[in-house]
Ligand binder design. Sequence first.
Ligand SMILES: Cc1cc2nc3c(=O)[nH]c(=O)nc-3n(C[C@H](O)[C@H](O)[C@H](O)COP(=O)(O)OP(=O)(O)OC[C@H]3O[C@@H](n4cnc5c(N)ncnc54)[C@H](O)[C@@H]3O)c2cc1C
Length: 347
Amino acid sequence: MSRGAIVIVAGAGALGLSCALALADAGCAVTVCDPAQTPQASAVAAGMLAPVFEAVLDEGGEAAFDLLIAARNLWPGLEARAGVALDRSGAMAVGEAAWLADVAAGLARLGVRPTELSRTTIENLTPTLGSVFDQALLVREDWRLEPRQALAALRRTAEAAGALFRREAVTGIGEADALVIATGADQRLAEAAPELARLTPIRGQILRFMDIRGGGVSLRTDGAYGVPASDGLAVGATMEPGRAEAKVDPAALAPLVAATGRLYPALAEATFGASAGVRAATPDGLPMVGFSKSPNVVLAVGARRNGWLLAPLVAQMVTACITGRDPGPYAARFDPQRFKDGRFDAL
Ligand SMILES: Cc1cc2nc3c(=O)[nH]c(=O)nc-3n(C[C@H](O)[C@H](O)[C@H](O)COP(=O)(O)OP(=O)(O)OC[C@H]3O[C@@H](n4cnc5c(N)ncnc54)[C@H](O)[C@@H]3O)c2cc1C
């Protein structure tokens, strides 16, 4: 395949739209298909582009720090190309002294030097934060975007670059030269790409306090985060493995409500909305990006809880596969064929 290839992109979430734009920019004739009005996980996400705190706080994150940083470093290019606004205020960790000490040790292992903040500075940065937090570690390396604005900007720019959009589900490669599968946690294209059977769903629920609007520093604490956004302060998120329904389950929201009370006591009685999305995870937590066993099918799935962060890196690699260029240093770690350990040989 080469420049000028006819490419179908299945899925118009963060990954599908980023791939569509990169492919259109590379000279491909791109059609993006998605039956949904709003892509699900991508629209409900908090939008953190957080290589540092994801490396420190997420299981297996430390080993992925190099590629998380590489992905974040591609965002200024998308900011310039598509007008996706990035908030570079940073993120700060607050919590119990022992937990904060673990975070500081994790940051030191990564070679990241946080700024230790006094209570006065914390109050200036986040006036709503509970007064029990008198210490914080601020890192400026973690950024943020507004998911719905970013989806609109990516779509607009992809359209201007020549990509066509259709509100329909893809069932196979049809007459196209290549099919890019960016269908999130959905496995209904497993006949076109058997590797999709390796994905497991992880539902995530998130609270939104619509009366608190604005930008600024995000908060990370033990088991939760608080993200100030223009459509409301987001407190997230649950990790519910095996749950594939993007439905709010009020019974699972209790830990987030409790975290809100700890972080923002003034909001303990405030009204909030809740939404749910389903993340797609592979057995090792890294995405599957690259060729399927099925000819001319390229996967862009399994970004788990960092799909927004990873989107430009995934798009770059998918475009390299389709235009016959080197997919770069992360190709082996993202290779959809990497799970041949006996358990998956039948696929
Ligand atoms: C609560 C929550 C908070 C999160 N916070 C963050 C965060 O702060 N930072 C971050 O980086 N990530 C975050 N994530 C993860 C991130 O949202 C996902 O990794 C990312 O959105 C995945 O994007 P996607 O394009 O792969 O999938 P999706 O956004 O799920 O899009 C897939 C699309 O494919 C479509 N589709 C399915 N089947 C077909 C078909 N056959 N044909 C055509 N289209 C099809 C669907 O309709 C859907 O629109 C969060 C996730 C959740 C749930």
